[in-house]
Design a protein around this ligand. Structure first.
Ligand SMILES: Nc1ncnc2c1ncn2[C@@H]1O[C@H](COP(=O)(O)OP(=O)(O)OP(=O)(O)O)[C@@H](O)[C@H]1O
Length: 499
């Protein structure tokens, strides 16, 4: 196939050499506008099928990742590692997410949630997926590049962000959420690591768990990182909805304002306990369905009165406290919708972003180009072997190569475990545990600890351990069984991140 040539806005002319290749394009979701038999300019008179296609997302099946110079690994998630890269054709800085799983057909790639949902999203606060490339059974997402994520910004801070900074970021994110929720999607894995920042623009990323609201429950899979996980998900509800994103946003807002996670649970049971410490245990009035969910899994809530958020977020405005309290309501029905949040007093005076920042506004010359850059040959070799690289950074690539056999095994085990964690609820909880030694320890002292010192009543009560809960039929094992208790507390609170 020849490289597609732009034919005006959103249209490309591609030449493929057979009707079956054209059919493949069509089956991959590409809308074929017109087909015609053409002849090559070269004068060889080889009949080719010229296909006029219309794409929101340009899927260049024949394009190789060698067209991108990988500069530096900037993130390592459960599903893929993310690299800052340069498009060699036009010099644009992009992010390349190299998926860890292999994909043996293009159709398989196109049916991925991340592709299906992201290609439908066109919003200034949602990271744009530019291309999808499959090469040697490895799948790459080419995305717009963002400078860092919110967690990276937080971990280096001593003083909390100002309320106006938090307001600016959260306003943009709630706009993105309103956009996607209105279109019938919810994210399901909101956390500071998935909120990407470039200058004062913030965008939602990682749609690997995004779900269509119209897709039918039950949603039995395990979702979201524990500290930001809504109580209905903790209690294994199979009918949760976009309100889970609102809960996560409440926890994230509080964390931005204090630099401490609001509910840093070390297990699912501890997560619920920490939530009770802050907002008080639920009762018939505040969340009747929650009591039923708990009963169904034979879980007993600890009886804790809870403290006022204002006591632990003493410097936050009453508007901020009010918004966080409503977002972190036990009952998902009582949490405001994203569109309602935008009208909240906390955001009065905020102006929405109307214009998407041009690519030229983003950095063109990444600081690490040069000595640290991987050569094109290296990249090509790594791709052509089809193996997952054990190299984590370019600077120590040779040292790592010498110990390849050893680290390779470790890396493989690590990857297998990660993949299992994503599939298996029990294992995935430990993703916030130290696995690679590269995790940065979060400053977690935590609001909840502060809270337990503030209220003798709640502290005494909170020491009553919940009865070991029984699993809900049809669900995997849960760490309600106390699976993580043999891990030292400080280590439990690390986060896996490449900075
Ligand atoms: N477009 C981007 N620009 C810059 N950095 C990015 C981009 N996308 C992702 N990253 C970085 O890579 C990290 C991992 O990416 P991502 O969350 O998409 O991977 P994942 O495998 O789906 O992770 P998770 O374990 O959260 O499911 C992010 O936390 C972020 O720091």
């Amino acid at each position: 196939m020849l490289c597609p040539r732009p034919q005006g806005k959103g249209k490309y002319l591609c030449c493929v050499q057979s009707a079956s290749a054209a059919a493949l394009w069509a089956s991959s979701g590409t809308h074929i506008l017109r087909k015609e038999i053409a002849q090559l300019d070269s004068g060889k008179h080889l009949p080719v099928l010229a296909v006029h296609i219309s794409l929101d997302l340009v899927v260049l099946k024949g394009k190789t990742c060698r067209g991108f110079k990988l500069i530096k690994e900037v993130g390592d998630g459960t599903f893929g590692s993310v690299w800052r890269a340069i498009n060699k054709q036009n010099g644009e800085v992009v992010a390349v997410k190299k998926m860890k799983k292999k994909y043996y057909s293009f159709e398989e790639c196109m049916s991925l949630r991340e592709v299906k949902s992201l290609r439908r999203m066109n919003h200034p606060n949602i990271v744009k997926l530019k291309e999808v490339v499959r090469e040697n059974d490895i799948l790459y997402f080419i995305m717009e590049y963002m400078e860092c994520n919110l967690y990276q910004l937080m971990k280096d801070r001593v003083r909390p962000f100002s309320e106006s900074e938090v307001r600016n970021w959260c306003f943009q994110i709630f706009h993105a959420l309103a956009y996607m929720h209105q279109r019938g999607y919810f994210h399901r894995d909101l956390k500071p690591e998935n909120l990407l920042v470039s200058k004062d623009i913030i965008k939602l990323a990682d749609f690997g768990l995004a779900r269509e609201v119209s897709s039918l429950p039950p949603y039995t899979e395990y979702v979201s990182t524990r500290w930001y996980r809504a109580p209905e998900v903790l209690l294994q509800s199979s009918t949760y909805d976009s309100a889970v994103d609102m809960w996560a946003m409440g926890a994230i807002m509080a964390e931005l304002l204090t630099l401490h996670p609001l509910f840093p649970g070390t297990s699912e049971a501890d997560e619920i306990h920490k939530i009770c410490n802050v907002i008080g245990s639920p009762d018939e009035q505040s969340w009747p369905q929650g009591l039923s969910l708990a009963e169904a899994m034979k879980y007993q809530f600890p009886q804790i009165k809870g403290n006022q958020l204002s006591e632990v977020m003493s410097s936050a405005s009453s508007e901020a406290i009010d918004l966080i309290s409503s977002l972190c309501s036990w009952d998902p029905c009582k949490r405001p919708k994203a569109t309602e949040v935008l009208q909240h007093a906390f955001f009065h005076g905020c102006v929405p972003l109307t214009v998407r920042p041009k690519a030229s506004a983003l950095p063109k010359t990444p600081p690490c180009v040069g000595a640290k850059g991987i050569s094109e040959n290296n990249v090509a070799r790594r791709f052509s072997t089809g193996t997952l690289s054990t190299m984590k950074s370019n600077s120590n690539a040779s040292a790592k190569l010498s110990s390849l056999s050893k680290t390779g095994v470790q890396r493989k085990l690590h990857l297998e475990r990660q993949a299992q964690q994503k599939r298996n609820p029990v294992l995935r909880h430990s993703r916030s545990l130290p696995e690679t030694g590269r995790g940065a320890i979060q400053k977690v002292s935590s609001i909840t600890e502060k809270l337990s010192h503030m209220s003798v009543t709640s502290r005494t009560r909170s020491t009553v351990k919940p009865a070991a809960p029984v699993m809900k039929a049809g669900h995997g094992k849960s760490d309600f069984l106390g699976k993580t208790d043999d891990i030292p507390p400080a280590k439990r609170l690390t986060r896996k991140l490449v900075s």
